[in-house]
Design a protein around this ligand. Structure first.
Ligand code: SAH
Ligand code: SF4
Ligand code: F3S
Length: 469
């Protein structure tokens, strides 16, 4: 059978809209970027393909935070590129942090690849795919867009509401991009660039649009969200720009829950802490990465706070809201971390009692300061420390969750659970609750009594209803 239209980017089936499929890896900021890229493509007449095989454009939005994340992306790409054999018009692109990190080198590995676009260049993709575009593939876009260009300010360019994706009850909203911290282990500042914050009016407009399309909860995103500082904010009167933004959102929007992530402990002034007492719309949960309980390791990591300083922030938060849930990130096996340093991390976990913790083995990343450090910790030691840390957190998480037995929690129902008839959502403290309930609760709040608990999730029931399966 003749192939109707072989030029890359042209639909394989004439008369139908071209279809895209986006695979997202990594953090919520990538999830947000993928959603916005979809909006931009719909604006240009594209439709979304449910299956990879039906797509005319496949885009992998990737993460390179740890070696394992990058390997996953490479393996996935290896399985996707053969699709081009049966469909020469198929365009395959890699975006996000692996694209920025590897750049042109990805083409050496995968010569069939059409587009490589770093996170600051994603908004340029739709124009490359226009039928009249004269750009020859492959195209590699990395670094910053031109000053004043579409990628100059974070957030992708606005599109008319008619093409915007449906939002569920929960939505992400990136308010700042990049990172000015230089934690010794981290690739983010190099891959995402320096901090750039969006204009507050722009953020409010987008948030109002999300609420109008059904968002009940909005999570404000940034690699370092609490250092939000838009251009010209110094002349905008007193107060911390991030605090002002949250207050403005709380008063101007009909939103039921606000969250933000990820915040850096160093940028947590009392004005921000107090918001957890003052603004009921702010969910009682904060994700505050500790990384290590040892000052020696924190210093080597370049985190910019001591364990004591971290505790002081936490104390303020718990004073503002006694029941606030706190989650964290911990790295084990940072170069030079001794058993004594690691013991201090275990002690910190016992002292603080996090609701949940994402625990990672240190991974050597290209171009970071830590990569060049001596005293690398052997893999076997990292593995053993990780195991001990996870076991301890499981015990602590289970204990905290047991304390919720019999309480009634306001659960925002995000979807169905695994069991038939089961719904699933999250409490203000970000705990997953599964319970049996009617579909009318989908996308809405339900008051759920907690009947059983585990280290990670909770099982509940509607008052007077049956227990979840
Ligand atoms: N901006 C956020 C999160 C960045 S990435 C912050 O500062 O907290 C999410 C987490 O990945 C980090 O908090 C850290 O715990 C982990 N991480 C980052 N680089 C890593 C590396 N090279 N090896 C292991 N874990 C890493
Ligand atoms: Fe990476 Fe540190 Fe910036 Fe977080 S604060 S993105 S860990 S450099
Ligand atoms: Fe990964 Fe880049 Fe996010 S490295 S964690 S996708 S900022």
């Amino acid at each position: 059978m003749p192939i109707p239209n072989e030029r890359p980017g042209r639909p394989a089936r004439i008369g139908l809209p071209r279809r895209f499929h986006i695979l997202t890896f990594g953090c919520q900021m990538n999830a947000y970027d993928s959603g916005r890229l979809g909006d931009l493509l719909r604006f240009e007449g594209w439709a979304e393909a449910a299956a990879l095989e039906d797509a005319d454009f496949i885009f992998l939005n990737t993460c390179s935070i740890r070696e394992k994340a990058e390997k996953r992306v490479i393996a996935r790409l290896r399985s996707i590129l053969p699709l081009k054999k049966g469909k020469p018009s198929l365009v395959v692109g890699v975006g996000g942090c692996v694209a920025e990190q590897e750049g042109r080198a990805l083409l050496g590995l995968f010569p069939q690849l059409d587009i490589v676009a770093g996170p600051r260049r994603i908004s340029e993709i739709p124009s490359l795919l226009r039928p009249n575009s004269d750009r020859q593939f492959p195209v590699v876009l990395s670094g910053d867009a031109q000053e004043g260009g579409p990628g100059d300010v974070p957030g992708l360019p606005p599109v008319p509401p008619r093409v915007l994706r449906q939002t569920g009850p929960t939505a992400f909203l990136t308010i700042m991009e990049g990172c000015d911290n230089h934690c010794a282990y981290c690739v983010v500042p190099r891959l995402r660039g320096p901090e750039r914050s969006r204009d507050p009016a722009d953020v409010l407009r987008e948030a109002a649009g999300l609420v109008a399309r059904g968002a009940v909860e909005i999570t404000l995103l940034g690699q370092n969200v609490n250092s939000y500082r838009p251009r010209g904010s110094d002349g905008m009167g007193p107060g911390i720009p991030f605090v002002r933004l949250i207050k403005a959102m709380a008063s101007a929007l009909d939103v039921r829950r606000l969250r933000f992530t990820t915040s850096h402990p160093r940028d947590f002034p009392p004005e921000l802490t107090r918001l957890f007492a003052e603004e009921s719309v702010l969910a009682p949960h904060v994700h505050l990465p500790l990384q290590s309980g040892s000052d020696r390791t924190l210093w080597a990591m370049g985190r910019g706070y001591s364990y004591k300083e971290y505790l002081a922030v936490l104390k303020g938060l718990r004073e503002a809201n006694e029941g606030i849930a706190v989650s964290t990130d911990i790295i084990v096996g940072f170069p030079g971390e001794s058993e004594e340093d690691f013991d201090l991390t275990l002690k910190a976990m016992e002292e603080i009692r996090f609701d949940s913790a994402f625990c990672f083995r240190y991974s050597d990343r290209p171009g970071t300061r830590a990569q060049a450090m001596p005293w690398k910790v052997p893999e076997a030691d990292k593995a053993s420390r990780l195991q001990r840390l996870i076991a301890l957190q499981k015990e602590i998480g289970a204990g905290i969750n047991r304390g919720l037995l019999g309480t009634v929690q306001e659960v925002l129902v995000e979807g169905r659970g695994r069991e038939p008839g089961q719904l699933s959502g999250r409490t203000g403290g970000n705990k997953i609750v599964n319970f049996q309930g009617p579909d009318r609760y989908l996308g809405d709040f339900a008051s759920v009594r907690i009947l059983r608990t585990g280290p990670v999730s909770l099982l509940g029931g509607l008052p007077g209803g049956r227990e979840g399966a």
